[in-house]
Design a protein around this ligand. Structure first.
Ligand code: UD1
Ligand code: UDP
Length: 369
C-alpha cells in the first residue's frame, strides 16, 4: 500500500483525518489529499489549522444542497481524481455523503478502501439520517475497517466482516484533540482574543451546537425554546456557534438573537472551539465528534438526539440522551447546573474513545499490507 488517497469533505472528517494525513506523510507513504468541499468555509478552517493543502479540491458545495445533488457531483468528479493519482488505497472517514460516494467510486474501479471510524451503528436507517446507511454501505464496500472501540468491532463481526480486516484503534478525534491542545496559542489566535471580550467567563458557560437533519423543523425550534428557559437560570451564559446550514441558522437566529446572555457566533475554528470547550461548564449538542472529545476535557454532554451510535459514552456516564423535547432538555440542564453531585459524576468519567494513538495504529496496520 504505497499510494494512498485520503478523501474527505466536511469539518468533522477533516478534523478526524488531519493527524492521520500528517502521520502517513512521516512514513514513506505517497499521500494525496482529495477534498470534495461538501463543506467550504468550515472545511477550510480545519485545513488551515493543520496546514493541509489538498492535492485535489473538487469545490462542490452549493447553498442548501440536497443529498442527491452533492452525491452526483462527487460521483462525476471522482474518475478524474482516481485516474490521475492511481491510488493503491482510498481512505474515507465515518458516515458523510462524501465518505460513502468516494468509497463507492473507488469500489467501481476495484481500488482497495480503508474505512476510519468503522462499525458505529444504530440499526435505525432514519436516525441518524442519512449517516446510518452511509456507514453500513461503506462497511460492505471497505477492505480494511478501523474501529474506534470493541463495540464497533463487534458490530462488524456480527455483519460477517472478517476479524483479520478489523483493527480497534480508538477514535482519531482524540489524536486531533491532543495535537490541538498541545499547539493552542491563546495570544496568537484572534478568535480566542475576541471570545475573551465577548463572553462573560465569570458565569457558567453552556456551550451549544446543532446540525442534524433529524432536528430540522420542530426539533431545532424546541431546542431553542429550551435554551431560552436555560438562559433564565442565574449565573449562566449560553454560547452557540451556529452551523452554516440554513435549516439550522435561520430558526436559531430568529428565536435566540434577542437575549443578552445568549451569544450566537459563527462556527469557530477547531483551536478556538477546543479552547471554549475547556472553559464550558456544560455542553448541549447533537454532534458526534463533541460527544467523543468532551470526556477528555471533563465536560458533561446532553445529547439532543433520541438514538446514539456511541453507546460507550452513555455507559461511561459522560453523556446523556435528551432528545429534542424542550422540557426534558431544560430539566436535565437545570439539574446539572444546580446539583453538584450529579455534575461531578458526569464530569469525572473516563474517556472510552482512546488515548490519542489511533493514527499510529492505523499506520502500523497499513505498513504491513
Ligand atoms: C454534513 C454531514 C453530516 C455531518 C455534518 C457535520 C452528510 C449527509 N451530512 O451535514 O454527516 O455530521 O456535515 O457538520 O454528509 N454550509 C455552508 N458552509 C459550510 C458548510 C455548510 O454554507 O462550510 C451550508 C450550505 O448551505 C450547505 C449546507 O450547509 O449546502 C448543508 O451542508 P451538508 O454537508 O449537505 O450537510 P450538513 O448538515 O452540514
Ligand atoms: N467544532 C468546531 N467548531 C465549531 C463547532 C464544532 O471546530 O464551531 C468541532 C468539534 O470540536 C468536533 C467537530 O467540529 O470535532 C464536530 O463537527 P460537527 O458537530 O459538525 O459534526 P459531527 O461530529 O456531528 O459529524
Amino acid at each position: 500500500m504505497e499510494r494512498v488517497l485520503v478523501c474527505f469533505g466536511t469539518r468533522p472528517e477533516a478534523i478526524k483525518m488531519a493527524v492521520l494525513v500528517k502521520k502517513m506523510q512521516e512514513y514513506n507513504f505517497v499521500v494525496s489529499v482529495c477534498v470534495t468541499a461538501q463543506h467550504r468555509e468550515m472545511l477550510d478552517q480545519v485545513l488551515q489549522l493543520f496546514d493541509i493543502k489538498p492535492d485535489y479540491d473538487l469545490n462542490l458545495m452549493s447553498p442548501n444542497q440536497t443529498l442527491n445533488t452533492i452525491s452526483s457531483k462527487i460521483f462525476s468528479e471522482m474518475d478524474k481524481v482516481l485516474d490521475d493519482f492511481k491510488p493503491d488505497l482510498v481512505l474515507v472517514h465515518g458516515d458523510t455523503t462524501t465518505a460513502s460516494i468516494c468509497a463507492w467510486s473507488a469500489f467501481n474501479k476495484q481500488i482497495k478502501i480503508g474505512h476510519v471510524e468503522a462499525g458505529l451503528r444504530t440499526y435505525n436507517k432514519y436516525s441518524p439520517f442519512p449517516e446510518e446507511l452511509n456507514r453500513q454501505i461503506i462497511g460492505r464496500i471497505a477492505d480494511f475497517h478501523f474501529s474506534p472501540t470493541i463495540t464497533s468491532k463487534e458490530n462488524l463481526l456480527k455483519e460477517g466482516i472478517h476479524d483479520s480486516s478489523i483493527v480497534v484503534t480508538g477514535n482519531t478525534v482524540i489524536d486531533s484533540l491532543f495535537w490541538t491542545l498541545e499547539n493552542i496559542d491563546e495570544t496568537k489566535n484572534k478568535k480566542i482574543v475576541e471570545l475573551k471580550d465577548l463572553i462573560d467567563f465569570d458565569k457558567r458557560i453552556v456551550l451549544v451546537t446543532g446540525h442534524r437533519r433529524e432536528n430540522f423543523g420542530d426539533g431545532i425550534q424546541n431546542i431553542c425554546q429550551s435554551l431560552l428557559k436555560i438562559s433564565n437560570i442565574d449565573n449562566t451564559e449560553i454560547v452557540f456557534p451556529v452551523h452554516l446550514n440554513p435549516n439550522i441558522k435561520e430558526p436559531v437566529l430568529d428565536i435566540l438573537s434577542h437575549k443578552k446572555n445568549i451569544k450566537l457566533i459563527e462556527p469557530l475554528d477547531y483551536e478556538s472551539f477546543i479552547w471554549l470547550m475547556k472553559k464550558a461548564y456544560l455542553i448541549i449538542t447533537d454532534s458526534g465528534g463533541i460527544q467523543e472529545e468532551a470526556p477528555s476535557l471533563g465536560k458533561p454532554v446532553l445529547v439532543t438526539r433520541d438514538t446514539t451510535e456511541r453507546p460507550e459514552a452513555l455507559q461511561a456516564g459522560t453523556v446523556k440522551l435528551v432528545g429534542s423535547n424542550a422540557d426534558k432538555i431544560f430539566n436535565e440542564a437545570a439539574q446539572l447546573l444546580q446539583d453538584s453531585n450529579k455534575f461531578d459524576k458526569m464530569s469525572n468519567a473516563h474517556n472510552p474513545y482512546g488515548d490519542g494513538d489511533a493514527c499510529t495504529k492505523i499506520v502500523d496496520f497499513l505498513i504491513k499490507k
